[in-house]
Design a protein around this ligand. Structure first.
Ligand SMILES: Nc1nc2c(c(=O)[nH]1)N[C@H]1C(S)=C(S)[C@@H](COP(=O)(O)OP(=O)(O)OC[C@H]3O[C@@H](n4cnc5c(=O)[nH]c(N)nc54)[C@H](O)[C@@H]3O)O[C@H]1N2
Ligand SMILES: Nc1nc2c(c(=O)[nH]1)N[C@H]1C(S)=C(S)[C@@H](COP(=O)(O)OP(=O)(O)OC[C@H]3O[C@@H](n4cnc5c(=O)[nH]c(N)nc54)[C@H](O)[C@@H]3O)O[C@H]1N2
Ligand code: SF4
Ligand SMILES: [Mo]
Length: 694
């Protein structure tokens, strides 16, 4: 439905809320302007500054418009055929010399479902490499692993966001939607207007924490202890839901025993959260008729992120807060297609439809759709960080699309070295990102407003981004790039350039899988404001709410997982006495590749900084605005100090949106969660040193 002939209804290019917006053609250098689309239910017209300024990156000056090929050490403009021939040649040559697994692929959770699907197919069918993973590993993987373990199925939110205000209590753990999803905050406000209570768990008193009835500020990396402490109190006070536990779960006895071993006094000492606050949180949660726990990156981006999320799920299950309306556990997915991007095969262990690559039935089904022998499909590959760490060693050529790991990967100095040591790096991007600057070939691709494709938002709602304007000459779509490369590798016919054709194939490949899209079509999405998966046939209504009757394990029951607290991989010590945690600010997005090219956003968030408490600053002799050196086992960066009483005095915070001096990821620890392979972005040890002013 268009408001006027010249307005196209579509969605924001950035985060997982996938706010509805309209694009009106201008005919100017910025070819469209963003207008409200009040009819879309998730954001009801509201946009944050990133969304309302998104069109700026479509302007010619902000973006790439021609392929670049490195000659004599410099990236120089080249023709498409020359660039694509070179890429095909080098990928084939690498596979011939070192084996197929020496060619790697790295994808992104911002890519449409069609792109993610075809990128996975490209790796498995055209390259036949196992070496593919993507940046969603840095984002969603711990919650996904814990959700699958408990419920038998991972969908970030098992209910629409509109259900949140109907809960009596929400515990929001390590999530700062006031900065990361501003239009979502309305649901938290409505919750409180309805008489519900909001508890926020964050080492910082964020803008989100300001909205809460209760703010718990644990030390970074101690959420697992906190959740165990709450479960202990719930059991000790006799507030478990025994009927629910008996009727709909398994594994309670071991989980109960594990929680009872975590004394609240010990939890207070580990987390730094005073016992009365712990008791108050348990009371608010149990007093509500229905309650939710929502997690985001705070508790998840830890080397024990999976167990941490399991501990929060255990709390929900023990109190009967799952599998019924306005209650349950949910994870707030991050990237635009963080949900769909993890379902259709760009993850190292996956086939489309959230199938497992090591499942013979899944291989047979997908191989039949692809018209290949199941035995020709490679097995599972390495996780994102392990893949990046292997560059220049086992993996010698890399095709990277939809990520900027020079800025966003943990231990980024090391990852940058690994990227530099590749024999061949090809990056397709809309802008010359810091990672593209290292490439041998850069392929300029079309952007969100210039092509059509589906995204799956944080609710599991599959939505349609519609093309509003033509891409500039010189630019191709990701699907055209994959088609052209596949054709050069002898597989062109399996890689459609029409997104709807790609989606129709994805529907067939996903049919019968956990994330079943078979019944979803572009037409239905347009008519219904999106369709929630699973949706197995055109007659199926879609599934806004999961688990109401049964959980997805074969026995229909949810599973408790007994977990134990353990310290962060790198605890503070005498040399590195301060905890560093990292995250986001309102006006910048991720590695900043896109948003750092927008004047209005740079004015709001011009550069990196380290946030610290005045008590810590006093000890160091640092004043607000002074340059300080942040020093870790992995590097040293100098950046301005920002003083605030809103952070724990034993903790400092850096946003990760910038490269070079002030980069947070120079410091972050690539210690990986044993199950999800998520790196520990949220906890490492540093020291701060004042820097003498010149
Ligand atoms: N403006 C903006 N919005 C974004 C993005 C962006 O880059 N910029 N990115 C999008 C993406 S991909 C994602 S994944 C989401 C992320 O959305 P969020 O998870 O909300 O973002 P973060 O800032 O990474 O982390 C949230 C909070 O976790 C807290 N935290 C740090 N360490 C800990 C800890 O150990 N325990 C707990 N409980 N909390 C901790 C931080 O202080 C921070 O306030 O945002 C999406 N939206
Ligand atoms: N310290 C620290 N580091 C973190 C995190 C943290 O909390 N702390 N969070 C992690 C998380 S949750 C995430 S999601 C990652 C994200 O970090 P990145 O993976 O670096 O994500 P982006 O910056 O969004 O990079 C996307 C790149 O793809 C390009 N792009 C956008 N759309 C398209 C497209 O359609 N096609 C192609 N080919 N390219 C496109 C963009 O221009 C950009 O260069 O960062 C992780 N890193
Ligand atoms: S909240 Fe997310 S989807 Fe909505 S406008 Fe902002 S960045 Fe875009
Ligand atoms: Mo993310």
């Amino acid at each position: 439905m268009s408001n006027t002939v010249a307005t196209t209804d579509t969605h924001c290019p950035y985060c997982a809320l996938q706010c509805g917006m309209g694009l009106r053609r201008t005919g100017g250098a910025v070819p469209v302007s963003v207008v409200e689309r009040p009819g879309f239910p998730v954001n009801r017209g509201a946009l944050c500054g990133k969304g309302s300024n998104a069109a700026a990156v479509l302007a010619p000056g902000a973006r790439l418009s021609t392929p670049l090929v490195r000659r004599d050490g410099e990236l120089r403009p080249a023709g498409w055929d020359e660039a694509l021939d070179l890429v095909a040649d080098r990928l084939t040559g690498t596979a011939a010399a070192y084996g197929r697994d020496a060619v790697g692929v790295f994808g992104g959770g911002g890519l449409t479902n069609e792109k993610a699907y075809l990128l996975g197919k490209f790796a498995r069918v055209a390259l036949r490499t196992s070496a593919i993973d993507y940046n969603g590993r840095f984002c969603m993987s711990s919650a996904a692993a814990a959700g699958t373990r408990a419920f038998g199925l991972d969908r970030g939110l098992p209910f629409p966001v509109a259900d949140i205000p109907g809960a009596g209590c929400v515990i929001l753990v390590g999530s700062n939607p006031a900065e990361t999803m501003p239009p979502f905050v309305r649901y938290l406000r409505e919750l409180r207007e309805n008489g519900g209570t909001l508890v926020v768990v964050d080492p910082r008193r964020t803008r989100t924490a300001e909205l809460a009835d209760l703010h718990l500020a644990p030390r970074p990396g101690t959420d697992l202890a906190l959740a165990l402490g709450l479960l202990h109190l719930v059991v000790a006070d006799g507030r478990t839901d025994e009927d629910f536990i008996a009727g709909r779960t398994t594994g309670w006895a071991e989980t109960r025993a594990a929680a009872m071993a975590h004394w609240p006094e010990h939890v207070e000492a580990v987390t730094g959260v005073p016992l009365p606050q712990l008791r108050e949180a348990a009371r608010l949660f149990c007093d509500a008729d229905s309650a939710m726990v929502l997690t985001a990156r705070g508790p998840e981006q830890q080397a024990k992120g999976t167990d941490t999320v399991s501990a929060w799920i255990n709390l929900c299950l023990a109190t009967g807060n799952a599998g019924r309306p306005n209650a349950g556990y949910g994870c707030l997915t991050g990237q635009g297609n963080g949900q769909g991007g993890r379902e259709h095969g760009q993850k190292a262990d996956q086939l489309p439809g959230y199938r497992k690559l090591d499942d013979p039935a899944a291989r047979a089904h997908v191989a039949a759709v692809w018209g290949v022998d199941p035995d020709s499909l490679p097995g599972p590959g390495r996780s994102a960080y392990e893949l990046l760490d292997s560059l220049g060693g086992e993996v010698r050529a890399l095709l990277l699309t939809g990520s900027n790991p020079v800025v966003s990967a943990p231990h980024a100095g090391h990852v940058t070295e690994r990227l530099r040591s590749l024999d061949f790096l090809v990056v397709s991007d809309v802008v010359l990102s810091e990672t593209a600057e290292l490439a041998d070939v850069v392929l300029p691709v079309a952007q969100w407003a210039e092509e059509t494709g589906t995204m799956t938002n944080l609710e599991g709602r599959v939505i349609l981004r519609r093309k509003a304007v033509d891409a500039p000459a010189g630019v191709r779509t990701d699907l055209e790039v994959l088609h052209a490369l596949a054709a050069r590798l002898g597989h062109g016919e399996g890689f459609p350039t029409d997104p709807e054709k790609a989606f129709d194939e994805l529907r067939r490949a996903s049919a019968g899988g956990p994330a079943d899209y078979a019944g979803i079509s572009y037409e239905r999405i347009a008519a219904e404001d999106g369709v929630f998966w699973p949706c197995s046939s055109p007659e199926h209504p879609g599934t806004p709410r999961l688990f109401l009757e049964r959980f997805a394990h074969p026995d229909g029951r949810a599973r408790f997982t007994p977990v134990q607290h353990r310290p962060a991989a790198e605890e503070p010590d005498a040399r590195y006495p301060v905890r560093l945690t990292t995250g986001r600010v309102l006006a910048q997005y991720q590695s900043g590749a896109q948003t750092r090219r927008v004047d209005a956003l740079n004015a709001a968030a011009p550069g990196p900084y380290v946030e610290l408490h005045p008590l810590l600053a006093d000890r160091l002799g640092v004043r607000d605005g002074d340059q300080v050196a942040v020093v870790s086992r992995r590097g040293r960066t100098v950046t301005p100090a920002r003083l605030t009483t809103a952070i724990r005095p034993d903790t400092v915070f850096m946003p990760f949106h910038w490269a070079g001096e002030g980069s947070a990821n120079i410091h972050t620890n690539p210690a990986l969660d044993p199950v999800s392979r998520m790196p520990e972005f949220k906890a490492c040890a540093v020291r701060l040193e004042p820097v003498a002013s010149a």
